[in-house]
Design a protein around this ligand. Structure first.
Ligand SMILES: Cc1cc2nc3c(=O)[nH]c(=O)nc-3n(C[C@H](O)[C@H](O)[C@H](O)COP(=O)(O)OP(=O)(O)OC[C@H]3O[C@@H](n4cnc5c(N)ncnc54)[C@H](O)[C@@H]3O)c2cc1C
Length: 441
């Protein structure tokens, strides 16, 4: 249902029908609250988005879940969505900066002995530092200021002494955060890994964050959650302004309609939350925080083929590239077999021809001829403005960290960026929605 029918009162208004907002609204509904979800787009799911291409359901946004993401698995089970393993057999491929393609297996590509040792010592140091971070308050801790005053890129330059080791860590960083490592605070990178249980947990397929997929696509979770809420979800209803006083909030939509509520949960990326007009204005710390949180630059290209031809050639479909433009590739074929689907991710725009050329370098000539191709540049999407998630540059966690979750009067913040476990993931979004509902009740 759209803005036209929006009621003018609710106990709680939830801004945004992504996984965080929908989870929050469902918990509130279950506890008897009169809840209303206002969603800017004409569909639910936010950064999870399943569309049809070449006769298959394909994910343009979040899609993988893995061990430790207990809330995502629990929600999938509750909603009757089956989980299946990401295809992980055969050789993965690594493309060097010079364009040479090498096979590898496991979590980390094979390098020369000095490069392998170098990478191992850097990863061990990273993991050690990450263990010093408290994911519920990364700004605390004696070393936090020093870690937050440098970029991940600077740390990589100082910590790795081989070109190969440094290039590989850099390529993995681009794939993990959809940005250059120089754009990120080291503290943020450490926090991110810590909130997920470690660097290996975020990098790995088997035993890591890419282990499993959701049958029918990740968008199915949002669709089923929204179905439970019925007409309590209003689509095509962007929130433009939030006014508050001691007893209530008034949430105003793009068409000028107003909803009066006891509380509001803003479940959208922080940079977009900063574009809403607040009266009275938000505290300085909250505004300075939202001024500083750009989103990653994720662009996803999904290629649908007659079948997963790479499997027969002994390849897993997974690739990491030091050359680009595609940073990483994964097999995203449907559980049912039949079609083969590759998903390619990059952090900077590149023409489709360059993407197909790269896939051809990796997997051979058949890769140049998909039956269907779709791509989504999340930065060009006005209701995400990037992905996978917000990136904390230096001096942001330690100066403004508490403002990421601290409510402002009757305004509460939710969304994957407020999660203390699995920040930036579907699971983190679900956890944040649950936490916001508890705070409101
Ligand atoms: C390309 C890509 C790949 C990813 N891969 C994975 C993965 O494999 N596994 C994983 O766990 N995570 C992945 N993620 C991250 C994951 O998808 C997100 O962390 C999660 O979906 C965020 O959910 P959310 O509810 O916090 O925010 P969002 O999904 O961003 O939801 C916010 C909602 O608010 C709406 N909105 C925005 N502004 C307004 C407004 N003013 N008024 C009303 N509504 C508004 C938006 O339209 C949106 O629906 C990926 C993300 C991307 C982009």
């Amino acid at each position: 249902m759209t803005d036209h029918h929006t009621p003018d009162r609710a106990d709680v208004v939830v801004v945004g029908a992504g996984m965080a907002g929908l989870t929050c609204a469902n918990v509130l509904l279950g506890r008897g609250a009169d809840v209303l979800v206002l969603e800017a787009r004409d569909h639910v799911g936010g950064r999870t988005r399943t569309v049809e291409a070449g006769g298959e359901s394909v994910d343009l946004g979040g899609q993988f879940i893995g061990p430790g993401q207990d809330r995502a698995y629990a929600l999938a089970a509750e909603l009757g969505i089956e989980v299946f393993a990401t295809y992980n057999a055969g050789d993965h491929l690594m493309e060097t900066a010079a364009g040479r393609v090498r096979p590898w297996r496991g979590t980390v590509p094979r390098l020369s002995v000095p490069e392998t040792l170098d990478l191992a010592q850097a990863m061990a140091r990273f993991e050690r530092l990450a263990r010093t971070i408290d994911p519920s308050s990364p700004w605390t801790g004696s070393g936090a200021a020093g870690l937050d005053g440098q970029t991940l890129g600077g740390w990589l330059r100082r910590t790795l002494w081989t070109t190969g080791g440094r290039e590989l860590f850099t390529a993995a960083s681009r794939l993990l955060w959809a940005c250059e490592p120089g754009e990120l605070s080291l503290l943020h990178a450490l926090f991110y890994a810590r909130a997920a249980g470690g660097l290996r947990a975020v990098m790995a397929t088997e035993g890591g964050a890419q282990q499993d997929r959701l049958d029918g696509g990740a968008g199915e979770m949002a669709r089923r959650l929204a179905a439970r809420l019925g007409d309590r979800v209003r689509l095509a209803t962007p929130v433009r302004a939030i006014t508050r006083d001691a007893s209530h909030v008034v949430v105003t939509t793009g068409s000028g309609r107003s909803v009066r509520a006891g509380q509001v949960v803003v479940a959208i990326p922080p940079t977009l939350a900063g574009r809403i007009h607040y009266d009275p204005p938000l505290p300085a710390a909250r505004d300075r925080l939202t001024q500083r949180l750009p989103m990653g630059g994720a662009i996803k290209c999904v290629l649908v083929y007659g079948g997963p031809f790479w499997r027969a050639a002994g390849f897993s479909g997974q690739a990491l590239s030091l050359r680009g433009p595609v940073d990483g590739v994964a097999d995203s074929s449907p559980r049912s077999g039949g079609r083969g689907v590759l998903v390619a991710v990059m952090h900077r725009p590149a023409p489709q021809e360059a993407v197909l050329n790269q896939l051809t370098r990796l997997f051979g000539a058949e890769a140049a001829r998909p039956l269907a191709a779709v791509r989504h540049d999340w930065s060009a999407d006005p209701f995400s403005r990037g992905g996978y998630a917000a990136l904390f540059p230096p001096y942001t966690w330690t100066r403004y960290g508490p403002a990421v979750r601290e409510p402002v009067g009757r305004i509460h913040w939710a969304g994957s960026e407020t999660a203390t476990r699995w920040y930036g993931y579907i699971d983190g979004a679900i956890r944040s929605g649950e936490a916001a509902a508890e705070a409101v009740l």
